[in-house]
Design a binder for this molecule. Sequence first.
Ligand SMILES: *[C@@H]1O[C@H](CO)[C@@H](O)[C@H](O)[C@H]1NC(C)=O
Ligand SMILES: *[C@@H]1O[C@H](CO)[C@@H](O)[C@H](O)[C@H]1NC(C)=O
Length: 265
Amino acid sequence: MKYAAVFFPLSLAMVSTVAADRFITVVNACSFPIWPAFFTASGGQPEQPPGWEALPNTDLTFSTPDNWNGRVWGRRNCDFSTNPGPNSCLTGGCNGGLVCNITTGTGVPPATLATFDFSGDQDIYTVSVVDGTNLPISITNTCACPFASCPVDLVTQCPPDLAGPFDSDGVPVGCKSACLVDALAGNPGNSSNCCTGSFNSQSTCPTSGVEHYNYFKSSCPKSFVYPFDESSGTAIFQCEKSCMTDQDVEYEVTFCPQANGVTGL
Ligand SMILES: *[C@@H]1O[C@H](CO)[C@@H](O)[C@H](O)[C@H]1NC(C)=O
Ligand SMILES: *[C@@H]1O[C@H](CO)[C@@H](O)[C@H](O)[C@H]1NC(C)=O
């Protein structure tokens, strides 16, 4: 039917009963400007350029291809006037500057990620802090599917060994995961924090071996905290496509959701 729609545009309404359009609305509920970005891992590219400025209390909606698999995150403390690239922002910067490069602009951790995979039998989504966090995020939707979230500010109270980068006043604007600390120290190959090497299975990578697991998971139980966190039952969320047969679906990615009074997080 999708093939036919190319030739008979009037049948588009029928196509949408088979595969409804998906929209992602990105809301900045923070009291400060952020620069949202997204990266397409596989599937088609959205038409929206993957990087923009979001002033406080603004939102932007874009549509995604049916098979989109990608991530949305926020950048903090950006200045693109000099050296546009990953160092233009204190956290979350990407190759490309304001608009992230579609092949290399994955973003520099630590950054909280909203991940989506629409390519399978169900939509799959997470709020991931597996590489650390820089902003609270929630994912809500118009399909009565579960919320994913890390709604709490984990940056301000970040454990000292994970804190940073810092702004010019010495205040942290990011909080690394223990895995990211290992990776930055050049030790990602055999790490109980990254579940690599001798720790590369569910049974050999228990949460007890992941430093600071509870700091993230207790405040953000509906987020994805370490590589085998699906065992928690509240890390990876799914939305049945049957919900989408006769309606468009909107996922809302809200930065600083508590400021927006989103409940049920
Ligand atoms: C994106 O990065 C690739 C690889 O470095 C480069 O060849 C390409 O020109 C970049 N695209 C843009 C739009 O700058
Ligand atoms: C990984 O490190 C552990 C000690 O932490 C060691 O016992 C194990 O042999 C190492 N495994 C690999 C594959 O290097």
